[in-house]
Design a protein around this ligand. Structure first.
Ligand SMILES: O=P([O-])([O-])O[C@@H]1[C@H](O)[C@H](O)[C@@H](O)[C@H](O)[C@H]1O
Ligand SMILES: [Mg+2]
Ligand SMILES: [Mg+2]
Length: 323
């Protein structure tokens, strides 16, 4: 059974203007009101993976507003998943939500935070919005209908020559040796190409929108989640860019690996020098780079990737502290 995607999408699109006005404007106000305030911060999967009550509040607000209108639709929301919901993407109409992308920025009042909402049917993203709250920029795209920022059409830079590229990436939340050494050696190898520069804004969604709006020529990252980039991946491709797996292969929303670029040539240039560290997929399926029996070097020793997939022995629960 497949949903009649065009009918579902048409219905949702007809209401989308209202949803946007309602859900996003309230969510925006909640984020802006809380931005300057002192936050109660909890940790999730690592000491650098933060969450606040505002993340949870905005997600609840968006989900309950959408549920009222579409009670049968499914949700993959960052904070619902953190609370135990399953992040498996099915063919059902599904809203993929990151209530605050850039929570570390939000906690530190570094002024780049976004709300990211994508809508997928039959596992295909039909439309997406990224609202960059402090900049008051609303990026949006609908499949086959182009990408816009505050209603102005977007085009990537179209750059082909990687030596002239400004590349965006993220530091992410992993703090183990293998992830950190891969991250820093990737940056080293890119700078040695040489490229013009590397930036990290602190929100994957905005990073990708910068590629869509020609403020940057490429973005790559391993370790972000589907809710960070579902909307912005569509925004990049609708703005004329390309979106690939970190290896240069086909992009897979649930794989936690991405290159978004102004052109195929720039994407290929990045894929040739960057490496991925093992990263458990959002849907829990086996990672392409973690075939059974494969080995990875960690802390100077070769260990089985099966071992790497075991739950960590460090505390992964929620710890409350104030910032
Ligand atoms: O947690 P969050 O602030 O929604 O999302 C994070 C941001 O996108 C950050 O830029 C990226 O480096 C992390 O991997 C994401 O988890
Ligand atoms: Mg995020
Ligand atoms: Mg978030």
């Amino acid at each position: 059974f497949h949903f009649d995607s065009s009918r579902t999408v048409c219905t949702v699109m007809a209401d989308w203007g209202k949803c946007l006005d309602f859900g996003v404007s309230i969510a925006r106000q909640v984020v802006l009101d809380a931005f300057e305030a002192q936050k109660v911060v909890s940790l999730k999967t690592s000491p650098a993976d933060l969450v606040t009550e505002t993340d949870q509040g905005v997600e609840n607000l968006l989900i309950s507003a959408i549920k009222e209108k579409y009670p049968t639709h499914k949700f993959i929301g960052e904070e619902s998943v953190a609370a135990g919901a399953s992040p498996v993407l099915t063919d059902s109409p599904t809203w993929i939500i990151d209530p605050i992308d850039g929570t570390t920025n939000f906690v530190h009042r570094f002024p780049f935070v976004a709300i990211s909402i994508a809508f997928a049917v039959n596992k295909q993203t039909e439309f997406g919005i990224v609202y960059s709250c402090m900049e008051d920029k609303l990026y949006r795209a609908q499949r086959g209908k182009g990408a816009f920022c505050n209603d102005i059409p977007l085009r990537t830079s179209g750059l082909e020559d990687i030596t002239k590229a400004l590349v965006v990436t993220e530091i992410g939340t992993e703090r183990d040796d293998l992830s950190l050494s891969t991250l820093t050696s990737n940056i080293y190898r890119l700078l040695k190409i040489p490229i013009h520069g590397i930036r990290a804004v602190g929100t994957a969604a905005v990073d990708m929108c910068l590629v869509a709006s020609a403020g940057a020529d490429a973005y790559y990252h391993v370790g972000m989640h589907c809710w960070d980039i579902a909307a912005s991946a569509l925004i990049v491709s609708e703005a004329g860019g390309v979106v690939h797996d970190i290896s240069g292969g086909k992009f897979d929303l649930m794989s936690r690996r991405v290159i978004a670029a102004s052109s195929r040539t720039v994407a290929r240039g990045i894929a040739q020098v960057v490496e991925a560290f093992p990263c458990e997929r959002d849907d829990g399926l086996p990672d392409a780079d973690q075939a059974i029996g494969a080995l990875t070097q960690r802390d100077g020793h070769w260990v089985s990737n099966d071992f790497l997939k075991l739950p960590c022995d460090k505390p992964c629960g929620i710890v409350i502290e104030s910032v």
